[in-house]
Unconditional design. Structure first.
Length: 405
């Protein structure tokens, strides 16, 4: 079967590799000249344990399984990986109930989680201040770009093709085929061409909703981009952190809060905060796309989300504008951290899908049509779960072909 996969991030590549290994004739296209240019290549590299997600959800099932499969995959293919474990710390007494609720959720998801006293927490992270903590041993870190390199080799080794610098403009299922119009965006060429396949898988990330519409599929939500800004800790401050340290998340907000991550290269990331991006690929404050701004501001869901989160939203914006305030957020967990300890690091943009009513699409979201599967919403822990998501996409694709192959 000929399958066209759109997107050379980790989900697209994991899906393409899986399909190619089973014998499908796979072609992968991406508008960028290289692999993992956006969400995959700009996250903090965490292998999430499955702690946070609603029991029974795709995030919980695929994320928990993905923590094991991603760690195993990286080790087998000699990609840099480590499992230092994580502390989730409550820094005030009013956070303890949320910490216990989180522990119960983790246990329901099969995550090995232990509640710790402040003294027990300091055995893992001596410099951290807290009134209570959770310990999760299965949280790790990995080089996701390195994982993508391996997956891309698996595609080509199985006879598949990578066409980088090619953007999907539109596609339609016509009889027993999918006909895709593709524009050359890099490599010195210009113009459009048609690719014909038996099936189409679109892993469009920041542009997933638009690509679904361009293929005649209702995405069911709108992608709204949020920029996550990171800092690297200065060496003296980084030496005070052994592994990963997270705050207790605010259940009203889709993000986990400013946290500390010791990566596979040894440095420590602080962040991210989360502010509305003015472009879907708006990695800098000055990056503005009028089309993207109009899309975000015209979506009722954004205004309803903002109305329900005025205070936390304003706090995120303030931290974005003030390194001192950002340092204060870190200092709640790591006392003594100052603005001088924070060195700017590359930002990322999260593709957050919102319903019209302002509710978050809080799980992985796929949309299907005859011979088509679209991954519309795949935020964190999508990188962790990517090998499991690929299996889920394959199953959904096969369902679209029942009776028509």
């Amino acid at each position: 079967m000929r399958v066209l996969v759109v997107g050379a991030g980790i989900i697209g590549l994991a899906t393409a590799a899986r399909l190619a290994r089973r014998g499908d004739e796979v072609t992968v296209i991406d508008k960028e000249p290289g692999l993992a240019h956006h969400q995959t290549g700009r996250n903090s590299g965490v292998i999430h344990s499955g702690l946070y997600y609603a029991p029974g959800s795709l995030k919980a099932r695929l994320g928990t399984a993905g923590a094991a499969s991603m760690t195993r995959f990286a080790a087998e293919h000699r990609v840099a990986v480590a499992t230092p474990g994580k502390l989730v710390v409550a820094t005030a007494a009013d956070e303890l109930d949320r910490l216990r609720t989180l522990a119960a959720r983790g246990a329901a998801n099969g995550v090995p989680v232990r509640e710790l006293s402040p003294a027990e927490a300091r055995e893992h992270e001596p410099e951290i201040r807290c009134v209570g903590a959770l310990r999760v041993e299965t949280t790790g870190v990995v080089d996701y770009r390195g994982v993508c390199d391996v997956l891309a080799r698996q595609v080509t080794d199985a006879g598949g093709t990578l066409l980088l610098g090619r953007a999907l403009r539109r596609a339609r299922t016509v009889g027993q085929e999918v006909r895709a119009e593709v524009e050359t965006t890099a490599g010195g060429g210009h113009g459009t061409s048609e690719l014909v396949a038996d099936a189409l898988v679109v892993c469009g990330g920041l542009h997933a909703d638009r690509l679904a519409l361009a293929c005649g599929v209702d995405p069911g939500a709108r992608i709204v981009p949020f920029r996550g800004e990171y800092f690297d800790l200065a060496p003296a401050a980084a030496d005070r952190v052994r592994g990963l340290v997270y705050p207790v998340p605010d259940p009203r907000f889709p993000f986990l809060g400013v946290h500390l991550t010791r990566g596979v290269t040894g440095g420590v990331h602080a962040g991210p905060n989360a502010v509305l991006a003015l472009a879907r690929e708006g990695y800098r404050r000055r990056d503005v796309s009028l089309r993207d701004v109009a899309d975000s501001l015209s979506w009722p869901g954004l205004w309803r989300l903002a109305g329900r989160n005025l205070v936390p939203g304003a706090e995120e914006v303030a931290r974005s504008m003030s390194r001192t305030l950002f340092a204060s957020a870190v200092a709640r967990m790591l006392p003594g951290t100052t603005a001088d300890d924070l060195h700017p690091a590359p930002a990322g943009v999260r593709a957050q899908a919102l319903h019209r009513d302002g509710s978050l699409v809080d799980d992985f979201l796929l949309r299907t049509a005859p011979r088509q599967v679209h991954v519309v919403n795949a935020p964190s822990p999508a990188a962790t779960a990517s090998l499991e998501i690929a299996a889920h996409v394959q199953a959904e694709l096969d369902r679209t072909l029942v009776g028509v192959r």
